[in-house]
Design a protein around this ligand. Structure first.
Ligand code: FES
Ligand code: FES
Length: 176
């Protein structure tokens, strides 16, 4: 790994939601700040800033990661997905997002981006999840509003829909 000077900013390039982007960052800059302030991707929320609440969860090369525990320079050359990358078009929701909407699985929405990202990744790995498995995934996120029950119901419904329509998995959507 190259040594970076702490005294200067470095230009970092990576793919954000499928598009090449670049941003200038000091070595100590967090990925959350690079995404939100450097690139305007404010869908990634910042809660605790120490890896507990899950609000900042993003996908790095398809794996969920806490952006508040990731340095911006660690994104160099990676594929990053944020909540802005889940919907297939501005007027359409992903299968999981639409299920959240139907089940009222969000209230203030502060936690929602991170939960959607974690569930999206999990449903790709486990298309037939048990309720307990989903509880464990969502257990990595703090939500003060919903009581979690509608989130689990939405995830179960989304999983069932995706199993029935495997051709729409992840990249496609259903009408909202
Ligand atoms: S802001 Fe990153 S886990 Fe809370
Ligand atoms: S919807 Fe408000 S914190 Fe989860």
């Amino acid at each position: 790994m190259p040594r970076l000077s702490a005294a200067i900013r470095h230009r970092i390039g990576f793919k954000l939601n499928g598009k090449p982007v670049s941003v200038e960052a000091e070595p100590r800059l967090l990925a959350t700040d690079a995404l939100r302030h450097g690139l305007g991707a404010t869908g990634t929320h910042v809660g605790c800033e120490h890896g507990v609440c899950g609000a900042c969860t993003i996908l790095i090369d398809g794996a969920p990661a806490r952006a508040c525990l990731t340095l911006a320079v660690q994104l160099e050359g990676r594929e990053v997905t944020t909540v802005e990358g889940l919907a297939p078009a501005p007027d359409r929701l992903s299968v999981l997002q639409a299920a959240f909407r139907r089940h009222h699985a969000l209230q203030c929405g502060f936690c929602t981006a991170g939960i959607l990202i974690s569930l999206e990744a999990f449903l790709r790995e486990q298309p037939k999840p048990s309720e307990q498995e989903l509880r464990e995934v969502v257990g990595g996120h703090l939500c003060r509003c919903t009581g979690y029950t509608p989130i689990i119901a939405a995830a179960l419904e989304a999983a069932a829909l995706l199993r029935r329509q495997p051709q729409v998995l992840a990249a496609e959507s259903i009408d909202v």
